[in-house]
Design a protein around this ligand. Structure first.
Ligand code: SF4
Ligand code: SF4
Ligand code: SF4
Ligand code: FES
Length: 958
């Protein structure tokens, strides 16, 4: 369904919309209205513009009917029914405003107010409190019961959560918070304990909110009609005065937010009800963890230095870009055109990413450009292009609400894509069946009121074997959707694939032991997936970050095609993208072999189009990928790197290899908001801008292009796109844009899948899913409906080749890595927020049996050694991992998780094999040698930063 953006839909209509083919007509206060069957009287009245007072109802949740504020009179019905819980019927005659109703509502309000502190003038919610508003609506002027009786006014506040307070003295026990936590977030952390007068909200599983099961998503705060649950920032700063709609800069869900401002200060981020990816929901990162944007660690002045052991010198923008350009040209003169390159950022906007790849292809004159998707979803790009013809997921998030079977493979949505995770759990509570294929017992396996029917807890590195075994069952048990395959797919490729997966060596009985999963479980999962109705696959980095990542992606596409689960709502192949704009950075031509829109650089016609628009001659051969850049740096043929908004020294595998390569470069130009790990090896630092400081667009995992809107001026004086333009011009290549909308206009002119995208169209629609062109002017929520983008779907052979990373007596355990809800990626942002209250260090998860065998108990310091290196973390003994498998996150640089990971990578794309590293774990009492070296180097770099010179003229230029 295409949604045209309607700003008026911000109004709370009291109860959720209903979908029905049957329209019901009724009369409210003498006016007629027709609404879909099942609509409440309250909503029908609101649609007529009639406000019925309400406290416990809100249109993001099902009606509850507890406050008795919304009473109405209905002809033929006895008493005064609650309009929120009464559905409309044909011919109904409703009165919402009578003197009797007014008296009843005032009486109810009197009772509420008699147990409520009358401190409106000093209350942080003053002016934005529904209780206050409704008291005004019902005309309450006096409270006859007095305030002396039993009340809750002296109850203590719970201020444990770093982001919001709970003040029970203001609670009207409307249960909106409890229902928000259940219906919207799906965590079920809140209950109303006690009865009657003793009723109070309680966070389960702990003494207070912080210790409880609450995941701090903010849904309850959003739902609370009073100041009972309220943002600390509102308490501190006051009520916001204006707001700007923008897009979260954390994960690939791409939630839309209202950045609420007071003057030039950001007060809070409120999830946008009209947000087409999030529908008014959020997670702790987007909702609360934005304080990093103005953190004192922000570097807001350009800096340069000749050597990495020199102190930094603050310089003007002009000096910095002139110095950077002169170094790049010097190096090219000395070592050749291809001795320099650039890395685009999946954290930056589409427009900024487009400019960096354009800078490399034009001003640098080569194709040495790559992006962090290299290390996450490059296999998705390759695998889906080969099979379906387009390097992107096939659905929108809402599609999951039509799925009957949900297969989650190598993804952990409740931690890494939390708002989608909540939506997925909502569908599970409605009865969809869940299969989880993951080495770890992720939360989805057993969460409140949602449980996986099957958890195939496979050994890391055996995804392809698992997919082949599933395919074997589908083919040999006659579960293939033959009409779909016949009509939609290449017959020869299908026949070849069918014969291949039918081989006995691909049976669950043969491959199950390799995966460590009983054959019967694999057979059961295949049957549920193939016969359970609409079946959708969601996968993540647990699929792609392997030596056979691309093979697994093709295996997933094969399963979807074989069962006809593609080309409509409720099905599909859905990569859950990691970073906010990783889809966009790939779309924008960040890979060395592709121009924007995934068109190969060797294609002469495409190249000619760009050559004409950019007024240059483009090189026809692909440039260096990130790992090739490292190799070439160590070989001495690659000498300079422009790295925008990526922290390759922390995020890329085999840290010691990466830092050796960075150390070998003569010029490293880093553009970032903090002096990150990579910047410690830099010679030029260009201060970056946060998402709050610029205009642009992000593209989320659904191919949804959403606006990023500037809410404050860039702290460093330039947005990232402006810095790239300055560097291009210093290199002698003119980039003439006055606003990012003009960059998007150029992207649209040159990229067929974006041809109808513009800022004006984005304003009109709210957001747009590409392809958005003359064939699909309103965008494309579901792809491959009539035919695949490549015409016929292509089954690819997916032979299982075990990874070279094998366990042996020296390294008997397999390490796999992942994310946690409260931290994000390399942690540069979330570590600088109060999210550290939940996760202040990376831990190593180890099974009790493996721990006991090594004499390890919870909290022990343990050394983790692999063929690549050693590090030390604290142990967390848990059954979330199976025996033989250990797990850690990688959010803190000093953890050195990537000191352990190896150089192994995907055969097709070089995506690193982060998910499989053979290791040994031992108890230790001190940090590893690498950690000691890291600490000393970091301390020295911090000193060089602290002692930076504020010279008027940069010494390195003299
Ligand atoms: S905390 Fe707020 S939402 Fe929850 S019951 Fe009290 S008043 Fe209602
Ligand atoms: S913040 Fe979210 S998880 Fe926590 S209690 Fe509120 S709704 Fe539940
Ligand atoms: S789910 Fe992702 S996009 Fe949404 S608020 Fe959380 S981090 Fe931001
Ligand atoms: S709003 Fe209807 S009973 Fe509370």
């Amino acid at each position: 369904m295409i949604t045209i953006f309607d700003p008026a839909s911000d109004i709370d209509l009291g109860t959720p919309a209903r979908e029905s083919d049957v329209q019901v007509s009724l009369t409210i206060d003498g006016r007629e209205i027709s609404v879909p069957s099942g609509t409440s009287v309250m909503r029908a009245a609101a649609l007529l513009g009639t406000t019925i007072p309400k406290l416990c109802a809100t249109d993001s949740m099902e009606a509850f009917g507890s406050c008795r504020m919304c009473l109405v009179e209905i002809d033929g019905m006895r008493g005064y029914p609650a309009s929120c819980t009464t559905p409309v019927t044909a011919g109904m005659v409703v009165r919402t405003q009578t003197s009797k109703l007014a008296t009843l509502r005032r009486n109810v309000m009197e009772l509420y107010i008699s147990d409520h502190p009358l401190d409106c003038l000093t209350c942080p919610a003053n002016g934005n409190c529904e209780l206050q508003t409704v008291a005004g609506q019902v005309g309450l002027r006096e409270v006859r019961y007095g305030y002396e009786g039993a009340n809750h006014l002296a109850e203590a506040k719970d201020v444990s959560n770093p982001y919001f307070d709970y003040d029970p003295s203001k609670c009207i026990v409307c249960s909106r918070c409890v229902r928000a936590c259940e219906e919207i977030q799906g965590t079920f952390a809140l209950t109303i304990s006690g009865r009657g007068f003793e009723s109070r909200v309680e966070a389960a599983g702990g003494e207070n909110f912080l210790d409880s099961e609450c995941v701090s998503c903010g849904a309850c705060v959003q739902a609370c009609p009073t100041a009972t649950l309220i943002d600390k920032s509102v308490v501190e700063i006051g009520q916001p005065e204006r707001s700007v709609i923008t897009t979260c800069a954390y994960c690939g869900v791409g939630c839309s937010f209202r950045a609420e401002m007071k003057g030039e200060q950001l007060v809070r981020m409120v999830p946008d009800k009209n947000g087409q990816a999030n529908h008014g929901h959020s997670c702790v990162k987007g909702r609360f963890a934005w304080g990093y944007a103005t953190h004192p660690d922000r570097i807001t002045k350009p800096m340069i230095r000749k050597h990495i052991n020199d102190p930094w010198q603050e310089v003007s923008w002009d000096e910095a870009v002139t110095y950077a350009a002169s170094e790049l040209r010097r190096i090219q003169l000395k070592y050749g055109r291809d001795s320099i390159g650039g890395i685009t950022s999946s954290r930056c906007t589409n427009e900024e990413t487009y400019l960096v790849q354009k800078l490399v292809r034009t001003a640098f004159g080569n194709n040495n450009v790559d992006t962090c998707a290299r290390v996450c979803h490059s296999p998705t790009g390759y695998g889906l292009k080969q099979t379906l013809g387009e390097s992107a997921g096939t659905q929108n998030f809402d599609s999951v609400m039509k799925a009957d079977v949900i297969l989650v493979m190598g993804a952990n949505p409740t931690d890494a894509h939390p708002v989608f995770g909540s939506q997925l759990k909502r569908r599970l509570r409605q009865g969809a069946r869940l299969i989880v294929i993951d080495p770890r017992r992720i939360d989805l396996v057993d969460s409140p009121h949602a449980r996986a029917e099957l958890h195939l807890q496979l050994r890391p590195g055996t995804n392809v074997a698992m997919l082949n075994a599933l395919a074997h069952v589908i083919v040999t048990e006659g579960l293939v959707d033959e009409p779909f395959v016949k009509a939609r797919c290449e017959a020869t490729d299908f026949a070849r694939w069918r014969d291949f997966v039918s081989l006995p060596e691909n049976s669950p009985e043969e491959l199950g032991p390799i995966c460590g999963v009983p054959a019967e479980q694999i057979r059961a999962a295949a049957r549920v997936y193939a016969t359970g109705g609409n079946a959708a696959i969601y996968y993540g980095l647990g699929v792609t970050e392997h030596s056979q990542g691309s093979t697994s992606v093709m295996g997933i596409a094969n399963l979807a095609m074989a069962t006809g689960n593609i080309g409509r709502e409720g099905v599909g192949v859905n990569p859950l993208r990691g970073q906010n704009n990783v889809q966009g950075s790939c779309d924008m031509g960040s890979f060395p072999h592709e121009l924007p829109g995934y068109r190969h650089i060797s294609n002469e016609a495409v190249r000619a189009q760009f050559e004409q628009a950019w007024n240059v001659t483009l090189q026809p051969d692909p440039g260096l990928r990130i790992p090739n850049m490292f190799e070439a740096a160590l070989d001495g043929t690659f000498k300079a790197l422009y790295c925008q908004g990526e922290d390759i020294a922390q995020s890329d595998p085999n840290t010691q290899h990466v830092t050796a390569a960075l150390s070998a470069l003569e010029c490293v130009i880093v553009q970032d908001i903090f002096l990150n790990e990579t910047a410690k090896f830099a010679h030029v630092f260009l201060p970056g801008s946060s998402f709050l400081e610029k205009d642009g667009t992000f593209t989320n995992a659904e191919r949804r292009i959403s606006r990023v809107r500037k809410v404050m001026d860039p702290l460093a004086g330039k947005a990232d796109w402006e810095a790239t333009i300055a560097l291009a011009e210093a290199l002698g290549y003119k980039m003439d844009y006055r606003h990012p909308s003009e960059i998007m206009d150029e992207i649209a002119r040159l990229t067929p899948t974006f041809s109808r995208v513009s800022y004006a169209e984005l304003e009109r629609h709210g957001s747009l899913q590409w392809p958005c062109n003359d064939a699909a002017p309103d965008g494309t929520p579901t792809m491959h409906i009539e035919e695949f983008v490549r015409g016929k779907g292509r089954f690819m052979l997916t032979g299982y080749v075990p990874t070279e990373e094998k366990v042996n007596s020296r390294y008997p355990l397999l390490l796999t890595t992942g994310r946690i809800l409260s931290q994000y990626n390399v942690g540069a942002q979330t570590r600088r927020t109060d999210n550290v209250a939940w996760h202040e260090e990376d831990r190593l998860e180890i099974h009790p049996t493996d721990a006991e065998n090594r004499g390890i108990v919870d909290e022990d310091w343990v050394g983790i050694g692999s063929r690549a290196g050693q590090t030390v973390l604290r142990a967390k003994v848990t059954e979330r991992v199976a025996p033989g498998v250990v797990y850690t996150t990688f959010h803190f640089p000093e953890s050195g998780a990537n000191v352990i990971t190896t150089d192994n990578s995907d055969w097709a794309t070089n995506c690193p094999e982060y998910k499989v590293t053979a290791v040994e774990i031992v108890r230790v009492s001190q940090p590893s040698e690498w950690q000691k070296r890291y600490q000393a180097f970091s301390d020295e770099q911090s000193r060089l930063l602290r002692e930076r010179r504020h010279a008027e003229k940069a010494e390195v230029r003299r």
